[in-house]
Design a protein around this ligand. Structure first.
Ligand code: ADP
Ligand code: MG
Length: 322
């Protein structure tokens, strides 16, 4: 079991501005996926019926993909897929297929097979450390998404190398947000905020004809200080930033948790925070990680290619809207 340092990410990443019109909001919080998850609805009935079902779904889905839990499907894949093809549920198979496609589409900048490198750095845990160059080289050889073989018919996953492992940390919250929002809508919810550790999805509009205003956390300020806002309805806003999980080495250098598979080290682009806006939260999640690693110029191309919007905060504190 790895020990996670719990950082209260959700409130770091986004702030939702309340409207002046008094309307009773009902919010439920629960710590899952090493972070605080909050769901806000606007009727007591929805709070009593829909919110518990939504949290059940978050628990169920996160248990499937938490690679540190020995009962998760991903744990079982990582343990066995280099020995034999491991069958997974259709849900997990679809998520793995999506994450593998994104790995190919981004030339491995978003890398579903990043597990060995994440395990080496252990950023976000009490055991985080600066690995040596040889260890990094060795781990990188195993972060080989092209050695993952999927069987569409039997829903199996195989690895062509021993020691490989899948890590869905950069898409799981987005995927779960999509699932939760679908369930809540099916159950009749027309207005809500789903915040999975800063991965936000707003359902419907704030008021008729009026979008929600989402604040984007300024990394230099205490929680609640935003550097910009975005107006959205029925959409997800997903943020990746260097300020979320990191450790400080003995020489004072800060190492954050988004790793650049081209170097094996935490990425160092010209972006300090990026928020992607899309109705597909899994896509937004994968792209926020990718843009964060690649920087401003590539982010512009990525947004155009996938038809998503973004707000970037550069290292020079410029705000760029794409
Ligand atoms: P957060 O989970 O803090 O919202 P991200 O969505 O950017 O941030 O995901 C970061 C997590 O994804 C890391 O903790 C790690 O598990 C995994 N990860 C790190 N680097 C990569 C990468 N290049 N590609 C895919 N996953 C990554
Ligand atoms: Mg992500």
């Amino acid at each position: 079991m790895r020990k996670i340092k719990l950082v209260f990410l959700p409130f770091l990443a986004l702030i939702l501005f309340s409207s002046c019109i008094a309307e009773r909001a009902y919010t439920e919080n629960e710590i899952l996926m090493d972070t605080v998850n909050a769901i806000t609805v606007y009727s007591k009935e929805e709070y009593e019926n829909i919110v518990p079902a939504a949290f059940d779904l978050i628990r169920e889905k996160s248990n499937l993909v938490d690679r540190y839990s020995s009962s998760s499907e991903i744990f079982i894949v990582n343990e066995n897929a280099s020995s034999f093809p491991v069958e997974v549920s259709s849900d997990v198979f679809n998520l793995i297929s999506f994450a593998l496609d994104m790995s190919y589409e981004t030339d491995g900048v978003f890398n579903i097979a990043i597990g060995p490198l994440v395990d080496l750095w252990k950023i976000g845990t009490d055991e985080a450390r600066l690995p040596g160059p040889e260890e990094i080289e060795e781990a990188l050889l195993l972060c080989d998404y092209k050695s993952i073989v999927l069987d569409e018919v039997n829903h199996t996953v195989s690895f062509l190398k021993k020691g490989m492992s899948i890590d869905l940390g950069a898409v799981a919250k987005g995927w779960i947000a999509n699932e939760v929002v679908s369930l809540m809508k099916e159950m009749g919810c027309e207005k809500a905020i789903v915040n999975l550790g800063g991965n936000v999805y707003v359902i419907g509009e704030k008021e008729e004809g009026k979008s929600w205003t989402v604040g984007l956390q300024n990394p230099d300020l205490e929680f609640g200080g935003s550097y910009a806002t975005v107006d959205v309805s029925d959409s997800s806003v997903v943020t990746s930033g260097a300020y979320e999980r990191f450790f400080t080495a003995e020489d004072g250098t800060r190492y954050h948790h988004i790793l650049d598979p081209r170097t094996g080290y935490p990425s160092s682009s010209d972006i300090q925070s990026v928020s992607i806006i899309s109705a597909d939260s899994a896509l937004a999640d994968a792209l926020s990680t990718t843009c964060f690693i690649l920087g401003v110029d590539a982010a512009a191309e990525i947004c155009e290619r996938w038809g998503v919007s973004a707000v970037l905060l550069t290292l020079d504190n410029d705000i760029i809207r794409l």
